[in-house]
Design a protein around this ligand. Structure first.
Ligand code: NCD
Length: 317
């Protein structure tokens, strides 16, 4: 399905309350800000995550049909820190391998009294399909194809908010394989909703994503000049045709974030990356590990944001 045809309408009930998190399109600035505020309240003054009893009567199932380190484990940790029971469904050895219909698997899990499904799938729109076909269970989109990755964008916004005073007056550069990046698509949506107007999409022509209201730039030196935030993306080769995969050295030479290029941004610019990072391809090791990098802070923020989203969906925050 074309991603612009995927609707998130079903994620709000008739009174406008969030009952699933499928994507950020359709959510207001107040709704995004509230999720960030709840997440912030789950972090103490030392920057450590708090524990909460909010989900102590709930069970969460992680259904990851694609590989994941950060998202799957932080959803699991978040569910545990909010006192939920959590299971990681072993999809490789599930009845799906015996040709069970996906919805039958979901209904079977629901019969085990699961309250929330966290779903990652290579097919854009799959979590929406499940939400439309199963009632009384909250669906959280943990990344669907090239469409959306709402909790990643929320943790990115929380990280930006911790470093910058506002969203309105910052310039954000997103560099890399934007066309295949569900993270970029959700980040752009979130930034626009929160009031950022200076969004620069920096990519070679074949990896560019045309979004009205954002500037599309094919030169990294021009694109990152004086910006406040740089979000670097991996080449998502699994979503490219063999013939379209760029040569890694050439890509690094033209688009890799090196210390020299980073020096063109504002001196206090932060460097972000959703991970996994490919050192020497989209980012130089010294930048990934440098003092402007907030990549590991993003990971920790992922736990707070996922706790916040689950608690809000459960009506506990
Ligand atoms: C991203 C994803 O899976 O979309 N990673 C993540 O969730 N942290 C980005 C990527 O795979 O490049």
């Amino acid at each position: 399905m074309k991603t612009d045809l995927i609707s998130n309408d079903i994620q709000l009930d008739s009174s406008g309350k969030l009952i699933h998190l499928l994507g950020l399109k359709g959510l207001s600035k107040n709704q995004l800000t509230r999720i960030l505020d709840v997440a912030d309240n789950l972090i103490d003054d030392q920057g450590d995550l708090k524990k909460s009893k909010a989900l102590d009567d709930m069970s969460v199932a992680n259904l990851f049909f694609e590989p994941s380190t950060r998202t799957r484990n932080t959803f699991e940790i978040a569910a545990m820190r909010s006192s939920a029971n959590v299971i990681n469904v072993d999809l490789a050895n599930s009845a799906l391998k015996k040709n069970e219909d996906l919805l039958d698997t979901m209904h079977t899990l629901q019969a085990m009294q699961i309250d929330m499904f966290v779903i990652r799938h290579k097919q854009s729109g799959l979590p929406h399909y499940v939400a439309e076909n199963i009632s009384n269970i909250a669906i959280l989109n943990a990344g669907d194809g090239i469409n959306a990755h709402p909790t990643q964008a929320l943790l990115d916004m929380l990280t930006i908010r911790q470093h910058k005073q506002n969203f309105e007056h910052i310039s954000v550069a997103i560099v890399g394989d934007i066309v295949h990046s569900r993270v970029a698509h959700s980040d752009i949506q979130a930034l626009k909703t929160l009031g950022t107007t200076d969004i620069r999409l920096i990519a070679p022509t074949g990896l560019q994503y045309h979004d009205c209201n954002s500037q599309c730039i094919d030169n990294i030196e021009i694109g990152i000049k004086d910006c406040d935030v740089i979000i670097v993306l991996r080449l998502q080769k699994e979503r490219m045709l063999e013939a379209d995969i760029p040569n890694e050295q050439e890509y690094f030479d033209n688009y890799g974030l090196t210390p020299e290029r980073l020096a063109l941004a504002k001196p206090d610019a932060i460097v972000m990356h959703p991970g996994p990072i490919n050192r020497g391809v989209e980012i130089d090791s010294s930048v990934a590990d440098g003092n402007q990098s907030v990549i590991l802070q993003q990971v920790t923020n992922g736990i707070a944001v996922r706790m916040a989203v689950m608690e809000i969906l459960a009506g506990k925050s």
